[in-house]
Design a protein around this ligand. Structure first.
Ligand code: SF4
Length: 484
């Protein structure tokens, strides 16, 4: 397993093509715009080395018997699924941000099981290829991004109906030794600081979309792979205002990128689906279930930090003994634990797939994520309520440090006696970063938008069975039992 330092060195050695704010970036490991995301990912390596987190962050490879980082593991029990959720909460508590490695983790588990199913039905050898790549990922402890969401163009049209054929990633050419792919994937978490990308189809496909039913692994610096890093709220603060960032070390979310595949060659050994359109939907559902399972883990870790920051701020501002403040803090904690319950429940209700790997219960995993799109907003709303309007109007770190006006900021923004103004400003900035802008949008749309969860809940909820239960008790179509 790598340490965080070795991870940083490993991505420093790579030469991916990355652009940000109109500039080509040569080294993400040391650039301030990327550093928080690199730091958060590095912690997934360092915490795996720490004895107190060993049980959660490491596992035994079912392929080699070696100790591996859990982010490269294939779940083989309920215990694995529960440990995953606990690991994510622990990492969320330490980073207060997104540590990015879960998407590739979920992608590997989903592709592992679906390649087995494809081979059983079609006589292909995708699973063996995936196992070989997985062994390398486990032994080198690579960070893999999961690239699923296509840019999609006109949402009314299927992949093959789009005027521009490249709006979904597809096979542009088949060669003797591999395929050439073209297209783009959007919002890819950890997209610029991973070692490679696991690319998967984004939706159900029909026969005419067969060229779009493609899954593969590609190193981040393969020729033709171009990354354009997205903007986040307050991202310019990364360059000149350390305190104003709030979470200086780990930032506010994962750092997402648009990844373009401009005629990229993929050798057959790295191709895990190529035209088997009938399996595209099942792959998407397994991946979505795995990633939605996570959100009551990582987001509850973040919520723990936010509840703590809000409580500390109420003490600094002298409101902590007011009963309505304590009520709101309790409500924040209640919502946090509700989310955690959902993630633990969908893990305990998980089951084995034909490949022998385990996946969480799809209905409960979708409920988990749909709750996140509401509860995280409510937790943030309560934090903002307790913090007060100063959350949006506090002067910058530069004014606080200014030789002329700094003394006014120090004097007039002070809270209770004995606590420095700096403490109040730091807590406000942390809460601001965690409850405004990009951080909230991530809770809404990360792992799929709310409507995607509703569709899956409708599919799994079995309304017909519920109707029959009601009809039976209401004696619809039956004679009532005589009770007297
Ligand atoms: Fe992992 Fe959560 Fe970030 Fe998704 S949002 S990659 S589950 S930390």
């Amino acid at each position: 397993m790598m340490t965080g330092k070795e991870y940083r060195e490993s991505i420093r050695r790579l030469k991916p093509e990355i652009y940000y704010l109109g500039e080509k970036i040569d080294n993400v490991a040391d650039h301030p715009a990327f550093l928080p995301h690199v730091n958060a990912a590095a912690l997934t390596y360092d915490m795996a080395q720490a004895p107190e987190f060993e049980e959660l962050l490491t596992a035994k490879s079912h392929l080699t018997g070696q100790k591996i980082n859990r982010f490269t593991h294939i779940h083989h029990s309920h215990d694995d699924l529960v440990k995953k959720v606990k690991m994510l909460r622990a990492l969320g508590q330490q980073t207060g941000s997104c540590f990015q490695r879960c998407v590739g983790f979920d992608g590997l588990n989903s592709v592992y099981s679906i390649t087995y199913d494809i081979d059983q039905k079609m006589g292909t050898d995708y699973h063996k290829r995936l196992v070989n790549v997985l062994k390398e990922i486990q032994s080198k402890d690579l960070m893999v991004s999961g690239a699923m969401t296509d840019v999609k163009g006109n949402r009314r049209l299927s992949p093959s109906q789009q005027k521009d054929p490249d709006l979904f990633v597809h096979v542009a050419e088949k060669k003797k030794d591999g395929i050439v792919v073209r297209g783009a994937k959007a919002h890819i978490t950890g997209g610029v600081n991973s070692h490679g990308h696991l690319v998967m189809p984004t939706s159900a496909m029909k026969a005419e979309d067969a060229d779009y039913a493609v899954a593969f692994y590609v190193p981040i610096d393969a020729p033709g792979v171009v990354h354009i890093f997205g903007r986040q709220t307050n991202d310019t603060r990364k360059c000149n205002c350390f305190m104003d960032q709030g979470n200086v070390d780990y930032g506010i979310v994962g750092g997402e990128a648009l990844i373009i595949f401009d005629n990229v060659f993929i050798p057959w050994e790295h191709v895990f689906m190529c035209g088997e359109y009938e399996f595209a939907y099942e792959l998407v559902e397994r991946f979505a279930t795995a990633h939605r399972q996570n959100y009551g883990g990582c987001k509850t870790g973040l919520a723990d930090v936010l509840v703590g920051a809000t409580y500390a701020l109420s003490q600094v501002q002298g409101t902590d003994r007011a009963s309505h403040i304590r009520d709101k803090l309790v409500e924040m904690a209640h919502l946090t634990e509700t989310l955690y319950c959902c993630s633990i429940a969908c893990s305990c209700q998980g089951y084995a797939l034909p490949a022998g790997s385990y996946m969480a219960d799809p209905l409960l995993a979708n409920v988990t994520k749909l709750n996140v799109t509401r509860h995280v907003y409510e937790i943030a709303r309560l934090a903002q309520d307790i913090a007060g309007g100063i959350l949006a109007t506090a002067p910058s770190e530069l004014d606080w440090k200014d030789p002329k006006v700094g003394k006014y900021v120090e004097k007039y923004l002070k809270g209770v006696e004995g606590v420095p103004t700096e403490t109040r400003l730091r807590l406000l900035r942390l809460i601001e970063g965690m409850t405004c802008g990009t951080a909230l949008v991530e809770s809404m749309h990360g792992a799929g938008s709310p409507q995607a969860q509703r569709i899956m809940i409708e599919r799994q909820a079995n309304l017909e069975r519920k109707k029959r239960l009601a009809e039976k008790l209401a004696k619809i179509g039956e004679q009532p039992l005589l009770v007297c």
